[in-house]
Design a protein around this ligand. Structure first.
Ligand code: HEM
Length: 485
């Protein structure tokens, strides 16, 4: 194996060198590549450090796998936007390929991706992304979440589960047309499985599997991934069948309805090789849940923790909400009148940096970029950490500073380097929905509760280290949600 890998390094190097200058990078060791230079608990931070030495386009080896890393706002933006086509394919890691087989939205390419993405975007838009539809669903869900928070009567609790339930219900309403009771055992099982998958997929063992797929059967938790995949398949199929049995062509209730109707119409018109088949439906549903739940709920939890850590910032947010909104329910329209709160939400997203290496891309063809040659099919990491911490773009990249998004007059100001949703062809499909959720959850919760550390824990002791799952999570903690009069 060792000999083959050495030969592979030599041969792949000599082929591409003829076509142009290769991006620089630390010298790889046989088999291990540059693994010893990376902290697998925070690979994004190690890569950010390496970019300071090797520049904004460089190469590292994750085991035998070569990765081109793009670092810094200008470079990442240029690659993903100006060279959108060339850098716009998705890499499908071995741990995902075991299950996904190129279906759905996130882990597909070519025509399947184009059709599924276009369909999901237009359907989500019809179900109210940015319009009243999803706003109403979010506001309805917030009332349930507030009740759960209230029931703790100011005593410390872990916000993870209630926030996950609430955010999952938003996606459920869009995908299946209804929310679930938080005590529904099926729903609990579904959300808990999703959380477990997020944890496992971000673990060091799965990262190692993606580099050395032949260790597959031995890695920890492999059986749990299979067990969860099987249970997901059963549950989602049941939910889809329920909708199929009550389908009414005149009344589209949800994403699944729209898909089934399109499937029927393509079948009836005799369309060959339609993309609207069961596997694409199943994986599109899974992808909307996977991408739309953990991301948003993690960001909300970062926001609450940061408010507890920085009470003077929480004071200003609450003063603004009380002055502008008073006691009525906040709505999306209020954002423009809440510049400080808006700046705080943006700064939460910037500092939390929950998808630090974006999702892996590959090049769709040979590319000449910034003086370097990058071959077709190269694995590419757009390093969002290096964008959201870019010292040329942010005054204090490592501290929580809402002033990053405010001008001298205290008005909200947009920043181009604010890219937590990535950019270009693969930019987050749920950005508008996520932004609305974050605004409504954050303002509604802060309107009703004061968030503090548990008794006996000082604000300084609330630590801001992140724990890597698929997203960067706040380290485990409890908060008190004290009802405001
Ligand atoms: C992709 C961030 C919420 C659906 C992504 C990507 C990022 C991201 C960084 C990868 C983009 C790339 O490959 O360059 C976030 C953040 C969120 C969030 C920070 C919340 C705070 C959502 C929501 C949904 C969603 C609510 C669903 C409705 C997707 C999908 C993709 C994606 C389907 C794959 C797009 C594709 O491959 O074409 N997201 N996301 N996301 N996101 Fe989000």
């Amino acid at each position: 194996v060792l000999l083959l890998l050495v030969l592979y390094f030599i041969s792949s190097g000599s082929n591409t060198q003829e076509k142009g200058k290769q991006p620089p990078g630390p010298k790889p060791l046989p088999v291990l590549g540059n693994l010893l230079q990376l902290d697998l608990k925070r690979p994004d931070e190690s890569l950010h450090e390496l970019s300071k030495k090797y520049g904004s386009v460089f190469t590292v080896y994750l085991g035998p796998r070569k990765v081109v890393v793009l670092a810094g706002y200008k470079t990442v933006k240029e690659a993903l936007v100006q060279h959108a086509e060339e850098f716009g394919n998705r890499d499908i890691p071995p741990a995902v390929a075991e299950f996904n087989k190129g279906h759905g939205i996130i882990f597909s390419n070519g025509d399947v991706w184009r059709e599924m993405r276009r369909f999901a975007l237009s359907t989500l838009r019809d179900f109210g992304m940015g319009k009243r539809g999803s706003e109403d669903k979010i506001i309805e869900e917030i009332q349930y979440l507030k009740e759960v928070f209230k029931a703790f009567k100011g005593k410390p609790f872990d916000t993870t589960q209630p926030v996950n339930y609430a955010v999952s219900n938003i996606i459920s309403s869009i995908v299946y047309g209804n929310r679930f009771d938080y005590n529904d055992p099926q729903f609990k099982a579904m959300v808990n499985r999703a959380n477990e998958n997020v944890r496992i997929n971000g673990s060091v063992s799965v990262q190692l599997f993606n580099m050395f797929p032949w260790i597959g059967p031995f890695i920890m938790n492999w059986w749990k991934i299979w067990r969860n995949a099987k249970a997901n398949r059963k549950q989602i199929t049941e939910l889809i069948n329920g909708l199929k049995n009550t389908l009414n062509l005149e009344e589209r209730r949800c994403f699944v309805d729209c898909f089934l109707i399109r499937q029927q119409s393509e079948e009836e018109s005799g369309k060959k090789d339609s993309f609207f088949h069961e596997e694409n439906l199943f994986f599109s549903v899974i992808h909307l849940f996977v991408a739309g739940t953990d991301t948003t709920s993690t960001t909300i939890r970062w926001g609450l923790k940061l408010m507890a850590k920085y009470p003077h910032i929480q004071d200003r947010v609450q003063e603004e909400i009380d002055r502008v909104i008073g006691s009525r329910q906040p709505v999306a329209e209020d954002r423009k009148n809440l510049p400080y709160t808006d700046a705080v939400i943006h700064e939460v997203q910037r500092l939390a940096n929950i998808v630090p290496m974006s999702l892996p891309h590959t090049t769709s063809c040979d590319v000449h970029f910034k003086g370097f040659f990058i071959e077709k099919g190269a694995l590419v990491f757009p390093l969002l950490t290096s964008v959201l911490r870019d010292e040329n773009e942010w005054e204090t990249p490592y501290t929580f500073n809402p002033a990053h998004f405010l001008d001298q007059q205290g008005r909200f100001c947009k920043k181009d380097a604010f890219m937590p949703f990535s950019a270009g062809r693969r930019i987050c499909l749920g950005e508008s929905l996520a932004r609305m959720e974050l605004f409504l959850f954050f303002t509604s919760l802060l309107q009703h509760f004061r968030f503090t550390p548990p008794p006996g824990v000082s604000e300084d002791e609330l630590d801001l280290t992140s724990v890597l799952g698929i997203t960067l999570n706040p380290s485990p903690h409890q908060l008190c949600a004290v009802a405001r009069s």
